[in-house]
Design a protein around this ligand. Structure first.
Ligand SMILES: Cc1ncc(COP(=O)(O)O)c(C=O)c1O
Length: 351
């Protein structure tokens, strides 16, 4: 009953087959191979962005940080939510890669950023004063770190605020496929058509072995990103193996199909848990992540019964058996329905 993350499952068989097929003979290194050319063309076609530049890396942290470093200056503030992965979970890599840009959290403990919060935060950074932060890019995430999906209107309105301040927008799409599946829109509609300038297009969590793509919809900064990627040690010499994964992942809508499967499993899971005694949703899940509380004693019994997931807030080893602790449940593309049902049944037995 593995529900801790979407990076604990296997890679898609199509991706593994593509890697085996790519594992023949010799190919030029550092991205000068036919797989890279085809994968970049496939992403440009998928995003209806013929000019876009595509840069492959192995981790989401590298994708986010190299993109943001290219988009900002060391004296700028990158505005994001307090719970943003770049702020909470990347070990200050954004500060490291940008050479000192500051992450400027917007909003309270909430998850999505609102237009009013963003506008107030940007307006609150005095410009032209040498002593303070200068305004830099706005960094959004969807699916958000708490499992929410910005509607196209919400995303568009945030992009409009950024543009009104003359700023660029980066989207952390570690779960981009799950967001597109939830919104039933096209990749273009969720990105450059709204004003998103750069995307970290996640693939690892949704069925690749290890590859993410930075996509710049305006390629003017492409060369700088190339230099930064090399300098950071993220330019793979055997680049064809990154590209072969992406090529298979986006072929015939595999990426979306995998995300739809993951989202459907999460919907099945939440439907089965909704009326469980002591179970309270933090928010209605919109993609493949569920945040909810259960009493400490129920968590303990679930873990004893073999469930594997993360307690997100609170300590399992506390005294009060009834204290609600926040958990995160994540479904990946591969989790069988029988596993979901086994988790639901176990939870019902121990609640
Ligand atoms: C929102 C978000 N962004 C980015 C990442 C990428 O992280 P990693 O560097 O582990 O691939 C993750 C992974 O947990 C994530 O949840």
């Amino acid at each position: 009953m593995y529900l801790a993350s979407d990076n604990i499952g296997p890679a898609l068989p199509e991706v593994m087959e593509a890697l085996t097929a790519a594992n023949q003979g010799h190919a030029k290194p550092y991205g000068n191979d036919p797989w890279t050319e085809r994968a970049s063309a496939a992403l440009r076609a998928l995003f209806e962005a013929p000019e876009a530049s595509v840069h492959l890396v192995a981790t989401g942290t590298a994708a986010n940080c190299l993109a943001l470093a290219t988009m900002s200056q060391p004296w700028q503030a990158i505005t994001c939510t307090p719970l943003a992965h770049i702020r909470e979970d990347e070990c200050h890599a954004p500060e490291f890669f940008t050479g000192g840009a500051r992450l400027n959290p917007v909003g309270q403990a909430g998850d999505k950023m609102t237009v009013l919060e963003l506008d107030a935060a940007l307006s609150g950074l005095p410009q032209g004063v040498v002593h303070g932060s200068q305004r830099g890019p706005v960094a959004l995430t969807s699916v958000t770190e708490r499992g929410q999906v910005y509607t196209l209107d919400e995303l568009g309105a945030l992009c409009d605020v950024a543009k009104a301040h003359g700023l660029k927008v980066h989207l952390d799409g570690a779960r981009f496929a799950n967001a597109v599946a939830a919104l039933d829109c096209s990749p273009a509609q969720m990105t450059h058509e709204l004003g998103v300038d750069a995307l970290s297009f996640g693939a690892t969590k949704n069925g690749c072995l290890g590859v993410e793509a930075v996509i710049f919809f305006d390629p003017s900064d492409a060369w700088e990103l190339e230099l930064r990627r090399k300098r950071a040690g993220h330019l793979f010499s055997k680049h064809r193996y990154l590209a072969a994964q992406i090529e298979a992942y986006v072929k015939d809508g595999l990426w979306l199909d995998a995300a739809r499967r993951a989202n459907a499993k999460a919907a099945r899971l939440v439907a089965g848990l909704r009326d469980l005694p002591g179970f309270t949703l933090a928010a209605d899940p919109q993609a493949n992540m569920i945040f909810a509380t259960l009493p400490r004693a129920t968590h303990k019994r679930l873990f004893d019964a073999g469930a594997y997931y993360y307690i997100w807030e609170g300590e399992l080893e506390g005294k009060d058996p009834d204290e609600p602790l926040l958990m995160r449940l994540v479904c990946d593309w591969s989790i069988p329905e029988a596993e979901i049902d086994r988790f639901i049944e176990t939870a019902r037995n121990v609640a």
